[in-house]
Design a protein around this ligand. Structure first.
Ligand code: GLA
Length: 401
């Protein structure tokens, strides 16, 4: 069953009534610009056709109840309790709510905060209770921002039902706050912006310092190109481990350079960086600095020469993540190498790394050959069978019903 009717059915079976409406938001792939977002740099993601659906209805009291196809239990609390649940660091390890529900409850909490009601959704009269049922066709843990899709669908629904009138960039900030402070994952803003600002046939260039954006037509379709996603089925989580460590290395690098963030460094600063920092920090810094430049070069290349001109930049981005930032995996490297060896114009891992997906830019006529070759290479290496599918740049959130 597609996720839209699934959300409606889950709503009816969980709450015994019909929703007021169904809202949805997309996942994303990132064309280029990895780990640059929390360094206040540049990214170029696009929204994908896979979406998360939130069936939602207002209640007459102040309870919030959440059901999801990810879990059997429904989670329930009063709106005013959200201020006791979040931010999550106040709770230590004993989180009171399951992680999946923190994305949803966190958005309700952050919406209250962002509209000036002193951080408590329950303290303003327009915040009424809601029942929410979530279903998704964005693969979870695949590096395709299933979490930003949940946040976007719920933020859009509550923005409408609570008549908040917030714009998409503010809603993206709400989603990020939920992710950072309710879930506890120290991520940047790329995923939420990519989901919120998705457009057909265009990627979104985002300056993650100013949050200024520009729509960049990709021209994939006219050029006869497809973006093939290779989901390695190796799942990852950004609330722990490597992601946080990379972030800390970047902050250390910026501090050593005496700048606010690595956004303020350029390729010309790398020789000086090499003199004042250890090799690991230097390589983390070099990835960010060169990746920012590659994003700018990709925007210029696709705009001036068309999408076939971006292949080498994608390949260079992957090499930088593999060798300098060290966030790739054997599966992601095999996906990229096999795609390139079988005619892909460019390929790279996408998202936070340590698992998840790669993307390959492939001529329409080569999609089957590349798919077969990747499947065979994974089987030969003894990896779990990957999941391959094509995506095209798609629209952002909407009210479906
Ligand atoms: C994850 C995070 C983003 C971004 C990417 C890496 O998707 O959620 O904020 O940092 O990793 O580019």
């Amino acid at each position: 069953m597609s996720a839209a009717p699934a959300a409606r059915e889950l709503f009816a079976s969980s709450f015994g009534r019909e929703p007021d409406g169904i809202w949805s938001a997309p996942g994303r792939v990132n064309l280029i610009g990895e780990h640059t977002d929390y360094n206040e740099g540049f990214v170029l993601p696009f929204a994908i056709p896979h979406r998360t659906y939130a069936a939602v209805a207002l209640r007459t009291d102040n309870r919030i109840r959440v059901a999801s196809s990810f879990a059997r239990l429904t989670v329930e609390c009063a709106l005013e309790d959200l201020a006791h649940l979040f931010p999550v660091e106040h709770q230590g390890a004993d989180r009171d709510v399951p992680e999946w529900s923190a994305y949803v409850l966190g958005v309700a909490w952050a919406l209250g905060a962002s509209t000036g009601s002193a951080g408590e959704a329950g303290s303003a009269t327009r915040f009424r209770g809601v029942d929410i049922a979530i279903a998704s066709d964005v693969p979870v843990g695949a590096g395709l921002s299933s979490s930003a899709a949940i946040e976007g669908a719920v933020a859009s629904a509550l923005n409408d039902l609570w008549e908040l009138g917030l714009d998409p960039v503010t809603l993206a900030q709400v989603g990020r706050r939920a992710e950072n402070e309710a879930v506890g994952a120290p991520t940047g803003i790329m995923d939420q912006m990519a989901s919120m600002l998705g457009q057909e046939d265009a990627a979104t260039f985002i300056d993650c310092r100013s949050l200024e954006t520009r729509s960049v037509p990709t021209g994939f379709r006219d050029a006869g190109l497809e973006v093939l996603v290779i989901d390695t089925q190796v799942t990852h989580a950004h609330s722990t481990g490597g992601y946080r460590e990379r972030r800390e290395s970047c902050e250390r690098g910026a501090q050593l350079l005496g700048i606010r963030s690595l956004r303020d460094a350029s390729v010309a600063d790398l020789p000086r960086a090499a003199e004042i920092m250890d090799d690991v920090t230097l390589r983390r810094v070099r990835h960010i600095v060169t990746e920012n430049q590659r994003v700018l070069d990709t925007v210029a290349a696709v705009t001036e020469q068309g999408p076939r001109a971006i292949g080498e930049l994608l390949v260079a981005s992957h090499a930088s993540m593999r060798d300098d930032f060290e966030i790739s995996t054997p599966e992601l490297d095999a996906a990229v190498e096999t795609a390139l060896a079988n005619g892909a114009i460019g390929a790279r891992m996408t998202g936070g790394g340590f698992g998840g997906s790669a993307i390959a830019l492939v001529a329409h006529a080569s999609v089957d050959a590349v798919t077969d070759a990747v499947q065979q290479a994974f089987a030969a290496a003894g990896f779990t069978a990957p999941h391959l599918f094509t995506v095209s740049p798609s629209d952002g959130p909407r009210r479906d019903v």
